[in-house]
Write a protein that binds this ligand. Structure first.
Ligand code: ZN
Length: 152
């Protein structure tokens, strides 16, 4: 992605997030706007505390509880997804990204995205055999880098 494309995407995201917040009946203060711009630039899976840290460095004065409330409002509008991975605080990401699943490194906490056509097909097959269509799914793999485990 070129820098220009990245800027355009950030602008689109900021606009979408701002609209979603207004739709949720939340006033877009300068502090919340700073949080939205931080969120628009995030391509990882940050926790609320991390988003708070980034927003504070941009424009001080936003409380952690405001960050939580703002994220909840955005989630309820369907523009961001909340991931509750085991043993970690909730992480957030943009809802616009194409479907993918996650691997969580149990040692570093790093979140790795992946997508597998084979897994998607297999899941659909299994559901179909049992008489169902998949509406939605989440797949989380808890992983450890090879050679770093005590039992490996
Ligand atoms: Zn993701």
């Amino acid at each position: 992605m070129t820098q220009k494309e990245a800027m355009t995407r950030q602008d689109d995201r900021t606009r979408r997030l701002t609209e979603a917040l207004r739709d949720a009946g939340v006033r877009v203060t300068r502090q919340r706007a700073a949080l939205l711009s931080v969120l628009a630039r995030a391509d990882d899976h940050p926790e609320a505390v991390e988003l708070h840290r980034r927003a504070e460095s941009e424009l001080p004065g936003i409380s952690l509880s405001t960050v939580y409330r703002t994220l909840s409002a955005l989630e309820s509008q369907g523009v961001i997804h909340r991931h509750q991975f085991e043993g970690a605080p909730a992480r957030f990401e943009h809802a616009e990204s194409a479907h993918h699943d996650h691997m969580i490194d149990v040692d570093s906490g790093e979140v790795i995205e992946f997508a597998s056509e084979r897994i998607e097909k297999l899941q659909a097959e299994i559901a179909r055999e049992l008489g169902y269509d998949i509406v939605h799914h989440r797949l989380e793999l808890y992983v450890r880098r090879k050679g770093t485990g005590s039992d490996g």
